[in-house]
Design a binder for this molecule. Structure first.
Ligand code: ZN
Length: 505
């Protein structure tokens, strides 16, 4: 066993992680406090720091040391002589190192330049509702993504190579086997819901003072046991979570006077991400293992707290009296049950980020279906707007009048981020499958939520999910926690139960 080589490899990994977090600090500041005149200077600082971070990630000494420890692209965990924790370390570092080094420098630079132009073109195209002005850029980003997948390698088709970046081990075929039946059951549920009388939800559009909303935001994150000694909540245009150090996880939100639910649930969602990041054990901290098992697993944590807990009846039976107290004069004529119904109203809409729990995954499935066809050669970029409208009609029963509200609504494709959307819906599936085991282990969970005792579910998640960081692939983790391979059944069963009750189906 070559202990010197292993120690050196850990040192290089920590150095790499440190620099990427310095970059996170600069980005966090840019989104929260940076004065407008400083934006240009910040872009130069970021470019420099990201250059250094990239150099550290592709340091050839990492490759040499991995090899000396028996870790290769085909046998990433080494020869088996090391303890399990170190074998996991080698496997994940090899994965990251291969991802970072297999792309030629000229492709990386070309992609970065074109992504900048493409994003700017997207902003203008969306504003002018002019897809044609954006399509040449999008074609270029698709072709870059194809080349990227070729460099990384893939199971059957280039799209698999792109998916693996966000969901290690996931393939198009596996996702289709989950999403196709999911779409069928969600559409049928949506049809039944749409035929039932809609709940009264206008209470959410009343005016709630932003300063009270900010107090409530801080209160809920602390109630959920976000440790303010190891993080902060700030304001930004778009809510996000970022890790700035081993003991420093930041979240952001924004508040709208006439949409109180948006700010509240953003805080709960981002707190879910942050609790995961803060839950990695000491033995993983400062290494590549101290991260989410995948983007979808990360999303499972945020969505569990936001939807399964935060939009549950038990949660609001306990919390609503305090909320009504805070918003005296605004919520006096509302009770817990009608508030619970209002925050769970279902309405097919054009925009994914505003979607409810039932329709959200359908938005994601639309994008997955378009992406897989783009990369199989079955769909051309120029045909996207029409395919989008047809997909919306089929899946959600609504159709945008403009491309701005249709194919141009999300920024991701303009940046070349393909294979990223499925993680959003996979997060729902992972989350409910974890939850199915949690409720067996904590049969009094509803009572706990009613009492506002969130420490038991959090401790359970820490023990079963957070503790492992990236030591398992998503499929391994789900198998280990639930004893079954990933399935859409837990998620749809949950929705069918919840909405049959809510809409008296
Ligand atoms: Zn999220």
């Amino acid at each position: 066993m070559n202990l010197d080589a292993l120690a050196e490899l850990h040192r290089l990994d920590r150095a790499r992680l440190r620099m990427s977090r310095v970059s996170n600090i600069l980005q966090w500041d840019q989104e929260t406090y940076l004065p407008p005149e400083a934006v240009e200077g910040r872009a130069d600082q970021l470019a420099d720091i990201e250059g250094v971070a990239h150099q550290r990630a592709v340091d050839p000494r990492i490759g040499t040391l991995l090899e000396s420890l028996g870790s290769t692209s085909s046998a990433p965990a080494g020869d088996g002589s090391l303890p399990a924790l170190e074998r996991d370390f080698l496997r994940v570092l090899r994965h990251d190192y291969d991802r970072a080094t297999k792309l030629p420098q000229d492709l990386v630079e070309e992609m970065a330049r074109d992504a900048g132009l493409s994003q700017a073109a997207w902003v203008a195209a969306r504003k002018a509702d002019d897809f044609a002005s954006f399509s040449p850029h999008l074609r270029k980003m698709v072709s870059h993504a194809r080349r990227k997948a070729q460099c990384w390698g893939f199971v059957q088709n280039p799209y698999d190579g792109l998916l693996d970046q966000h969901e290690p081990g996931m393939t198009e075929g596996r996702i289709a086997s989950l999403f196709d039946p999911l779409a069928e059951r969600l559409r049928s549920l949506l049809k039944r819901i749409s035929a039932a009388p809609a709940p009264e939800a206008s209470v959410l559009g009343r005016e709630f003072p932003v300063s009270d909303q900010a107090d409530e935001g801080r209160a809920i994150m602390e109630d959920l046991r976000f440790d303010l000694g190891r993080g902060r909540l700030d304001l930004s245009a778009h809510p996000f979570t970022t890790t700035l150090g081993d003991q420093d996880v930041r979240i952001t939100t924004r508040y709208f006077p006439r949409n109180m639910a948006s700010g509240f649930f953003s805080v709960v969602h981002e707190t879910g991400h942050a609790l995961y990041e803060l839950g990695f054990p000491q033995e993983l901290r400062g290494s590549c293992l101290a991260d989410g098992a995948s983007m979808g697993i990360h999303e499972s944590q945020s969505r569990l707290w936001e939807n399964v807990i935060g939009r549950s009846r038990a949660f609001w039976l306990g919390r609503f009296p305090r909320l009504a107290q805070r918003y005296r004069g605004i919520l006096d004529d509302v009770d817990a049950e009608s508030f619970y119904r209002a925050i769970n109203a279902v309405k097919p809409s054009l925009i994914r980020v505003d979607a409810d729990e039932v329709t959200y995954s359908l938005h994601v499935i639309l994008r997955f279906n378009l992406e897989r066809r783009l990369f199989s050669g079955d769909l051309e970029v120029d045909d996207l707007p029409a395919a989008w409208r047809a997909g919306m009609r089929e899946l959600l029963g609504v159709e945008p009048d403009t491309d701005a509200d249709g194919v141009l609504q999300d920024v991701h494709w303009s940046m070349g981020a393909f294979g990223y959307f499925p993680s959003y819906a996979l997060g729902n599936l992972y989350g409910l499958q974890f939850w199915s085991t949690l409720v067996q282990d904590l049969p009094d969970i509803e009572e706990l939520l009613r009492r506002g005792d969130f420490s038991r579910p959090l401790d359970w998640l820490r023990d079963r999910v957070h503790r492992l960081g990236r030591r398992r692939t998503p499929e391994e983790l789900i198998q280990e926690v639930s004893g079954r391979p990933l399935s859409a059944d837990f998620f749809v069963d949950y929705l069918e139960r919840k909405y049959a009750d809510l809409y008296r189906l």
